[in-house]
Design a protein around this ligand. Structure first.
Ligand SMILES: Cc1cc2nc3c(=O)[nH]c(=O)nc-3n(C[C@H](O)[C@H](O)[C@H](O)COP(=O)(O)OP(=O)(O)OC[C@H]3O[C@@H](n4cnc5c(N)ncnc54)[C@H](O)[C@@H]3O)c2cc1C
Length: 375
């Protein structure tokens, strides 16, 4: 029995657990495998980026910028946060035409943004391709180490008294009318029943989709995806020092601390039903690598060190998450469908989700993410 039961030990579940436990509340977190075994773990680093983000998420990113700078002190643990600055590269005149409007809008929302000419860009990034004519620059963007941060976050939650259970898979839900009263689970291979005193927070990523369908008969407009990430072999001299995105290429580049270049941006792997894991596809790996070479020709002869597509993410049909109580379960807050960019805003959203379950008042900044926008 716990007052607040959290399903899923990724960054969202752990952040909500930390905020609730800090208030002295009775919190239990159930994680099916191990902490950070889902989208909040794995190769390299995650982008902490406001540049190019959906308008509705920009106020959350503005809030998260401040939180990231002090998070390691707040949770007394490492996050690997580095403020590198993000450059959205522009090669085509038609993309340059819309750039001033994007720069204006992002500045309005508290995301410091500048439009750089080709010459200004080359002062920051001398090795960028000659085809790049301009860039949208956000100096406050950066990266953090997702696996490390999630571990630090769960440690902080535990320090404040949250009960964290790994190898604890939630399998069922009990309710009394519209109220969830208990969860069924398998903990260390044994059947278990957890009574819910007050609220459930469902942050189990792809699992949430089938769970909601089964117990609330609601089909969320989201789908599972296996984003591909890869690291090239270490280079003596790194060709870039910023976090890189691109206006028309499917591309994200991160310079890692171990002198490897990490490449991603939206290429996908596929599910292997025999191994029960996601795997990369050779044409996707090569396609992603070629996009990186087009932006940074110095990457041409650098072999791929490792590539993965083993962490599933739920993508929402309109590209922003669903953070809401759903019909039929008025004490279960769902956070799902982060659409490949949930990491950066997690300090802000996790804090606001915790406030919502404690006060039962919906925070204004979370209103754009309600389920009702689809119905
Ligand atoms: C490859 C990749 C690259 C990304 N890059 C970026 C980036 O650069 N910038 C950015 O902002 N975002 C990025 N994201 C998105 C971001 O990482 C995710 O949105 C975020 O980590 C989601 O956190 P979560 O806690 O919701 O989910 P998860 O970390 O997936 O956690 C959910 C947890 O629930 C557990 N679980 C599942 N079923 C059950 C069950 N039945 N019972 C109990 N527990 C269960 C899982 O084991 C898992 O640990 C990326 C995502 C991926 C996959």
């Amino acid at each position: 029995m716990a007052d607040y039961v959290i399903v899923g030990g990724g960054i969202y579940g752990c952040t909500v657990a930390w905020h609730l436990a800090k208030q002295g509340l009775d919190v239990q977190l159930l994680e099916a495998k191990t902490i950070a075994s889902g989208a909040s773990g794995g190769l390299g680093e995650r982008g902490v980026r406001g540049n190019g983000r959906d308008l509705r998420e920009l106020p959350l990113m503005a809030m998260a910028y401040d939180q990231w700078t002090t998070l390691h002190d707040d949770i007394d643990g490492a996050t690997g946060y580095r403020r590198l600055g993000h450059l959205l590269l522009i090669e085509r005149e038609r993309d340059l035409a819309s750039a001033p409007a994007q720069v204006w809008m992002q500045n309005q929302q508290g995301i410091e943004t500048h439009l750089l000419s080709g010459d200004e860009l080359r002062e920051l990034e001398p090795h960028v391709s000659e085809d790049v004519i301009a860039a949208i620059y956000c100096p406050n963007d950066g990266v953090s180490d997702h696996t490390l941060t999630t571990q630090s976050m769960v440690n902080a939650a535990q320090q404040h008294g949250a009960v964290i259970q790994e190898n604890a898979r939630v399998t069922g839900l009990e309710h009394d009318g519209d109220r969830v009263t208990g969860l069924l689970a398998t903990i260390d291979g044994k059947d278990a029943h957890i009574s819910v005193g007050k609220q459930v927070v469902l942050t189990s990523n792809t699992h949430a989709l089938s769970f909601i369908k089964q117990y609330l008969d609601i089909e969320l407009p989201v789908f599972a995806m296996l984003p591909q990430v890869m690291a090239l072999e270490p280079m003596e001299e790194m060709p870039m020092t910023h976090l890189i995105g691109h206006a028309h290429r499917t591309l994200a580049i991160k310079p890692l601390l171990d002198n490897r270049v990490m490449i991603s941006g939206g290429w996908r792997g596929q599910w292997n039903s025999q191994t029960g894991e996601g795997e990369t596809l050779p044409d996707q790996v090569e396609g992603n690598r070629q996009q990186a070479i087009a932006a940074y020709p110095a990457l041409k002869d650098v072999p791929v060190d490792e590539a993965f597509a083993d962490r599933t993410e739920l993508i929402s049909i309109d590209g922003i998450p669903i953070i809401d109580y759903l019909p039929g379960a008025n004490n279960m807050l769902v956070g799902a469908g982060w659409s490949g960019h949930g990491w950066a805003i997690s300090p802000a959203v996790g804090k606001l989700m915790a406030e919502w379950v404690m006060t039962e008042q919906q925070p204004d900044l979370l209103k754009p993410f309600k389920y009702g926008r689809f119905t």
